[in-house]
Design a binder for this molecule. Structure first.
Ligand code: SAH
Ligand code: SF4
Length: 345
């Protein structure tokens, strides 16, 4: 049983210091624990070899390294791993580890909520509805769980799993502190993707971090966007673009504009021109995401020819445009496919 025990993974050094002191142990124990949790990612207390046997036994009674259980692991042909992770309260979240050929980076795609309240019409997570927010420790422990499982070091983090990170702002902001400070992954290696929560974008600008904000644009005008992303009704595009300008001015960071291309829905070439116009003067680059199929839906990705044409028009703005290399679509680990499915069929 882990419910009443203290969960160590995902805690800050200060929190660990508090924990050891409450349990009548000297403060330096916290640093030792921190080392084993974050630098060595051990799975058991017995592996924490520089702790006295007495302290290790005490820890077994009062604490657990993590409350996470890996329920399932799907390994894609391209090396991507999709994890189903059960949390202390028996809810299940999804986390994806992506590797790219010829690149040393290992990118963890973390969830910030279970399900999502935004309900974008093309997204499998949106169809699940909203279950609950994740805590900062639960977000950070997704990365540690991968590290404990693979023995590898995660180098990059993207908040592109389940959930809308800016609707869980405080815990997401705290998780970024843990990731940068305890896990020592730099701000520049972190990307937060949002459907466009304007107050959250302003708060993120206040934090003034050198991370990347990715905006899920998906349509360059209010009429079409509100059909795809219901939150557009509350946070309309003209104000959203102003918030992006304010953020780039404050942080000096370029934003990424994500655009999921769906055949006959938002792939008209006129929309590419409209997008260039809408974003004029903004410091951005574009990431086109060909639509990934979700279970029994009616949408499709455009043809390769159409994707190239759309890209070509966007490039006329002088901005860098990439087409996202899809990872793990054979195991439902690609963008928009995360809905805690236990099997891949
Ligand atoms: N909730 C955040 C981040 C998660 S999804 C957001 O919406 O930005 C990461 C990206 O995948 C988002 O741009 C999202 O709109 C996109 N996406 C969702 N469903 C998709 C699908 N079926 N195919 C391709 N991209 C999808
Ligand atoms: Fe939520 Fe993002 Fe999916 Fe929209 S695309 S429903 S915001 S997870």
């Amino acid at each position: 049983m882990t419910e009443s025990k203290y969960i160590l993974a995902g805690k800050t050094l200060e929190e660990l210091e508090e924990f050891v002191q409450i349990n009548n142990e000297p403060k330096f124990r916290a640093k030792q624990l921190h080392y084993w949790l974050y630098k060595n990612c051990v799975k058991t207390f017995d592996e924490m070899t520089n702790l006295s046997k007495g302290f290790r036994n005490k820890l077994k009674d009062i604490a657990v390294i993590s409350a996470n259980t890996i329920k399932q692991r799907f390994i894609s042909k391209d090396g991507t791993i999709r994890y189903l992770i059960e949390l202390a309260d028996q809810t299940v979240i999804e986390t994806v580890l992506m590797r790219f050929d010829h690149r040393p980076n290992l990118t963890a795609c973390v969830s910030s909520q279970i399900g999502c309240p935004v309900g974008c019409i093309f997204c499998a997570t949106g169809k699940m509805g909203f279950i609950r927010n994740l805590t900062a420790s639960e977000i950070a422990d997704q990365i540690l769980t991968i590290q404990r499982d693979t023995g590898l070091e995660v180098t990059n983090v993207v908040y592109m799993g389940q959930g809308e990170p800016l609707l869980n702002f405080d815990e997401v902001a705290k998780s970024i502190k843990i990731i940068t400070k305890e896990l020592e992954i730099g701000n520049r290696r972190i990307t937060i993707s949002t459907s466009g929560i304007i107050p959250g974008i302003h708060k993120l600008a206040e934090e003034n971090r050198q991370l990347t904000l990715a905006l899920s644009l998906h349509a360059p005008n209010h009429e079409l966007r509100q059909q795809l992303i219901p939150i557009e009704k509350k946070y309309p595009l003209d104000e959203l673009v102003k918030a992006l300008h304010a953020l780039t001015h404050k942080t000096g960071r370029r934003v990424t504009i994500e655009y999921t291309l769906i055949k006959d829905v938002n792939d008209d070439l006129k929309l590419a021109k409209e997008m260039n116009y809408l974003l004029k003067g903004l410091n951005y680059n574009v990431n086109l995401i060909p639509y990934n199929p979700t279970s029994n839906d009616k949408y499709q990705a455009p043809s390769q020819k159409r994707i190239n044409e759309f890209r070509y028009i966007l490039e006329q703005s002088g901005k860098k445009v990439t087409v996202r290399l899809e990872r793990g679509s054979d195991i439902n680990a690609a963008c928009g496919q995360l809905s805690a499915q236990l099997s891949t069929d």
